[in-house]
Design a protein around this ligand. Structure first.
Ligand SMILES: *Cc1c(COP(=O)(O)O)cnc(C)c1O
Ligand SMILES: [Zn+2]
Length: 404
């Protein structure tokens, strides 16, 4: 039996699991689309039970999971590889550098983790339809997980979402509604839909289990490092839920007395989509009015989890960085050409941030153990780097035509 309650991250009120669905009933009254979410709920577990029940030799991850195993969709998600990347690490003055390749999830991004857990919740409570707004990956993840579980996915996406992601959703059998507008417009529309027509809303941070789903990436990092806490984890940031989820993993481990300290979280945003970065720097929130970037997965005017992400950065003594599209595309090429790992521009933002940090006064120590999260697969958007790739011209199929 899973044992947890929901706690409001703003007012601290506790709610039994069955009594709430999305935001804190009190604080959530102040929320309206167009501002960062308020009254986001977090799952609070029975940490004494985790402490007593967790065995490193035979880890029972169900102890940290908010939905019982019997409701989990059949599509395996997560457990992605953590690769030590010595060539890249040496170049950056960090011999202990790893990349967690979450592009190897079934739909090609870390979003599968959140969609998986919300789908499990839908199966548990008997909801047949899941509704989401997405820049693309959350939707293709939801479409895939729903296909495996026999659930209906209804998806609002900005019409400019990359083709590969749209193809994924449609082929998986989801009902796809492209919206003339931004991701933020799609977000608002999907909230109106579930409020008036029903279904379970999977919007990021709005459904508290999106954060819990993304948490599993952090738990895996800990286990894959031999149950060691890394010094820093670099995460690309759009709505700030991956960042918040990875932080929650280590918070849960600390509350359960399984670790003594938190890793520093380094959040990286695209220069034009930098609302959380500026919020961390100044303490004052304001939108990123024109968040256009080639890293489409982290393009957002008003990040839904801005408050939670800032809190995670401060609590972990981390920091945020903003990088240009040029730095992102350079990092994408560098990662693939040094490690063999192909990640989409949003995933490469994490490396762009590391490169930037290493070039400045706040560079990391040579002994630090550092993890980069590669959040999505490079094949999801080959258009983005295309202008920087020159494909050689074809030759006659004779040996003399091949240069020495
Ligand atoms: C969604 C996404 C992100 C950002 O996650 P947030 O929770 O929105 O901050 C980063 N990279 C990829 C590939 C994504 O799909
Ligand atoms: Zn509250």
């Amino acid at each position: 039996m899973t044992s947890f309650l929901y706690r409001c991250t703003d007012c601290g009120r506790d709610y039994p699991r069955e009594s709430v669905r999305y935001l804190c009933p009190e604080c959530g009254k102040a929320y309206k689309p167009g501002i960062p979410l308020v009254g986001v709920l977090e799952a609070v577990f029975d940490y004494a039970a985790i402490h007593a029940g967790f065995d490193r030799l035979e880890p029972d991850w169900q102890l940290f999971c908010a939905v019982e195993h019997e409701f989990h969709p059949p599509l395996p998600v997560g457990n992605t590889p953590l690769a030590k990347v010595a060539r890249l690490g040496t170049e950056l003055g960090l011999p202990h550098l790893w990349v967690k390749n979450d592009g190897l999830n079934p739909s090609g991004s870390l979003k599968d983790r959140a969609s998986f857990l919300v789908a499990a919740e839908a199966l548990r409570i008997g909801e047949k339809r899941i509704v989401a707004a997405s820049t693309g990956n959350a939707a293709s993840a939801l479409a895939a997980v729903c296909a495996s579980a026999g659930l209906e996915a209804l998806i609002f996406v900005p019409e400019k979402a990359p083709k590969a992601k749209l193809v994924q959703m449609v082929l998986a059998g989801a009902r796809v509604v492209p919206v003339k507008g931004t991701y933020d417009d799609a977000f608002r529309l999907s909230l109106e839909y579930t409020a008036q027509r029903g279904g379970l809303n999977r919007n990021t941070a709005y459904h508290p289990l999106t954060l819990e789903g993304k948490k599993t990436a952090g738990l895996e990092i800990w286990a894959q490092l031999g149950f060691q806490v890394p010094d820093a984890i670099f995460v690309s940031v759009g709505d700030g839920v991956i960042l918040g989820g990875v932080h929650k993993a280590f918070v849960d481990l600390q509350r359960a007395g399984l670790i003594q300290r938190l890793p520093r979280l380094i959040g990286v945003q695209a220069g034009a989509s930098d609302a959380i970065h500026r919020y961390v720097q100044t303490g004052i929130y304001s939108d990123a009015p024109d968040p256009s970037t080639k890293a489409d997965s982290i393009s957002v005017v008003c990040p839904s989890n801005a408050h939670g992400a800032r809190k995670a950065i401060l609590e972990s003594k981390g920091l945020t960085l903003a990088v240009s599209d040029d730095e992102i595309l350079q990092a994408q090429k560098r990662l693939l050409s040094r490690t063999g790992i192909f990640t989409e521009p949003a995933g490469a933002a994490a490396l762009a941030g590391l490169v930037k940090l290493q070039a400045g006064p706040d560079r990391l120590n040579v002994g630090d153990r550092v993890v980069l999260l590669a959040t999505g697969h490079g094949l999801k958007d080959v258009e983005a780097p295309l202008s920087r790739v020159s494909i050689p011209a074809a030759i006659q199929p004779v040996l003399e035509a091949v240069e020495l």
